[in-house]
Design a protein around this ligand. Structure first.
Ligand code: PAF
Length: 291
C-alpha cells in the first residue's frame, strides 16, 4: 500500500495508473476505521479498480465547540487495517496541504443542509461538501463510496456531484450495526458501557417505528411518536430530532409512501449519535438504500 501526504505526489501516482487504464474507486474517511468503513471499502474493492482511501480529519466540518480536538486519531492502526483490507493507496494530507491558498472558497449546498442535522450543525455540511469537492478534484475517482449512516451527508454530496457535474458514480454502503443494534461509528468510543447500552434504544426506537409502518401504519407523526417513546423509556432525554422525511429531498413526508427515511439524532452525555432506517413503502414495506 502506498502512502501519500502531498497532493502533487498522489496526482502523479494516480496519473501513471490511469494511463495504464486503471479506474479508481475512492472512499473518503476521517480515520478511526471500523466495520462501517470496511463495508464501504469492500464495495469499492469489488469494482476491480485502484482502491484509494483518504484519512483526513477535516477541521472545517466541525462547528465551534464540537469534538475536533478529541476526535479519535489512530493513524498507524488505520494504516494497518487499510493494508489488510486491500487498499492500494492512502492519502493523509495535513490541514495546511488541503487548505493552502486560503479558506474563502466554499461549496455551499443550500436547502437540504438546513434541516435535520443542519439545524444544530450550522457549518458542518459546508465543510463536508468543500472537503469532498477538493478530494474529488485531487483523486478524480470513477466511483466513490459513502455510508448510509450519514444519510444527509450522502444526499448533500449527491446534489453536489450532480450540480457541479463531477463525473463520479456514487455508491452507498448499508449501515453496519453492533450486536444490540447500535450503528457503528467512530464516536461510539466516547460512550461508557452503560451509555452504549442505553444508545441501543436509538435503533430500537427507529426499528419500532419501521415495524409499525410495515404492519400498516401510514401516519408519519404516529411513527415518530412511537420511536420517541422507546428512546424516552430508555432514558434518552436529549433527542435533537426524530423525523420521517422523503429520501429524495429530506423534506418532511406528509404521507408514508415511496422511499422515506425515519431518522434520529440524540445526545448521550454529550456524545452525538445519528441513525436512520430507509424504507420503500409500496404494496409491501422493505428496508432499502437511500439511492
Ligand atoms: O463521513 C466522513 O467521515 C466525512 O464527513 C468525510 C466524508 C470523510 C468528509 O470529511
Amino acid at each position: 500500500m502506498k502512502r501519500f501526504v502531498i497532493i502533487s505526489e498522489l496526482r502523479h501516482y494516480l496519473n501513471q495508473e490511469k494511463i495504464k487504464g486503471r479506474t479508481v474507486a475512492f472512499v473518503p474517511t476521517m480515520g478511526a476505521l471500523h466495520a462501517g468503513h470496511k463495508s464501504c471499502i469492500d464495495i469499492a474493492g469489488e469494482k476491480g479498480a485502484l482502491l484509494v482511501v483518504s484519512v483526513f480529519i477535516n477541521p472545517t466540518q466541525f462547528d465551534p465547540g464540537e469534538d475536533y480536538a478529541k476526535y479519535p486519531r489512530r493513524f498507524e492502526n488505520d494504516f494497518g487495517l487499510l493494508n489488510q483490507w486491500g487498499c492500494d493507496a492512502v492519502f493523509t494530507p495535513s490541514a495546511d496541504e488541503m487548505y493552502a491558498g486560503g479558506e474563502n472558497v466554499w461549496v455551499d449546498v443550500e436547502g437540504i443542509t438546513e434541516d435535520l442535522c443542519g439545524r444544530t450543525r450550522q457549518r458542518h455540511f459546508r465543510g463536508v461538501a468543500t472537503v469532498v469537492a477538493k478530494l474529488f478534484n485531487i483523486v478524480e475517482p470513477d466511483v466513490a463510496v459513502f455510508g448510509q449512516k450519514d444519510a444527509q451527508q450522502a444526499v448533500v454530496i449527491r446534489n453536489m456531484v450532480e450540480q457541479l457535474k463531477f463525473p463520479i458514480k456514487m455508491e452507498l454502503s448499508p449501515i453496519v450495526r453492533e450486536n444490540g443494534g447500535l450503528a457503528v461509528s467512530s464516536r461510539n468510543e466516547y460512550l461508557s458501557d452503560a451509555d452504549r447500552h442505553r444508545a441501543q434504544a436509538v435503533y430500537a426506537g427507529l426499528r419500532h417505528g419501521y415495524e409499525l409502518i410495515r404492519d400498516g401504519l401510514r401516519d408519519p407523526a404516529g411513527a415518530v411518536q412511537a420511536a420517541r417513546k422507546v428512546m424516552e423509556e430508555a432514558s434518552i432525554t436529549h433527542i435533537e430530532y426524530i423525523e420521517l422525511v422523503r429520501a429524495s429531498d429530506l423534506k418532511p413526508a406528509d404521507t408514508i409512501a415511496g422511499v422515506v427515511m425515519l431518522a434520529a439524532a440524540v445526545r448521550i452525555r454529550g456524545t452525538r449519535l445519528i441513525d436512520n432506517i430507509v424504507m420503500l413503502v409500496d404494496d409491501e414495506v422493505r428496508e432499502t438504500l437511500l439511492f
